[in-house]
Design a protein around this ligand. Structure first.
Ligand SMILES: C[S@@+](CC[C@H](N)C(=O)[O-])C[C@H]1O[C@@H](n2cnc3c(N)ncnc32)[C@H](O)[C@@H]1O
Length: 207
């Protein structure tokens, strides 16, 4: 999907994603010391806003104008004066490259794109992590297609934890976790279901 298609999707709905942060973002960043964060493909900003509420100075990058407008308005509603801690950046992350070793935390959450485009983005995300900083990548796992609920049904945009580890290998991070994890949610009928996510948590050693 290009930015036009994403804008149309966001325009068609009040809030496409949940207002709450992703469970893995919540669990795996809660104990980190707040600093600077970059949320790549931030969408409506649920993760960036949650981080900002915890003291992080977060850049939310996405190519959807509509999603970023929503993120800014939610930031004002939810954070008041602290909304200055969320900066939105309209950028196509397939071409925009963040500054290397600049962020204490880099998130890439549910960016589902083909490998050829994904690989340089993941690599750039990893290169953007500052010494001592953390990278968290979460996406719909390839295995979700056959054994999990929802998510994109095109295998070309799904990935495994090992795919992400291979993507970021040249960036020199230490892999802390690379695994398929189960996320519990409810389907449209309110029945409990499980989705499978690919999760990679990595850290750049202090110099
Ligand atoms: C499934 S949403 C996830 C949003 C957010 N990370 C979250 O978890 O709520 C995927 C997002 O990726 C963005 N996106 C897809 N391709 C992109 C690109 N090349 N550059 C910037 N954003 C992109 C879309 O606009 C969309 O907001």
């Amino acid at each position: 999907m290009d930015s036009t298609a994403w804008n149309e999707r966001y325009e068609g709905s009040q809030l496409v994603w949940s207002a709450a942060p992703n469970i893995w973002v919540r669990q795996l960043t809660a104990d980190l010391q707040p600093g600077t964060a970059l949320d790549i493909a931030a969408g409506e900003g649920r993760n960036a806003l949650w981080l900002a509420a915890r003291g992080w100075h977060t850049t939310a990058a996405d190519f959807s104008t509509v999603a970023l407008q929503r993120a800014r308005s939610l930031a004002k509603q939810q954070l008041g004066g602290d909304s200055v801690r969320v900066v939105t950046l309209e950028a196509d992350v397939a071409t925009w490259v963040p500054q290397e070793r600049s962020y204490d935390l880099v998130l890439v959450v549910y960016l589902q794109i083909p490998k050829k485009v994904r690989r340089p983005i993941m690599r750039a995300a990893a290169e953007a992590v500052a010494p001592g900083g953390t990278l968290l990548v979460v996406g719909h796992d390839l295995e979700n297609l056959t054994s999990g609920y929802g998510g994109p049904q095109d295998p070309a945009v799904l990935y495994t934890p090992d795919d992400i580890v291979a993507d970021i290998e040249p960036a020199g991070l230490v892999i802390l976790r690379a695994e398929t994890v189960t996320r519990s949610l409810t389907d449209d009928q309110g029945e409990p279901v499980e989705a499978l996510d690919a999760l990679v948590l990595a850290r750049r050693p202090l110099a």
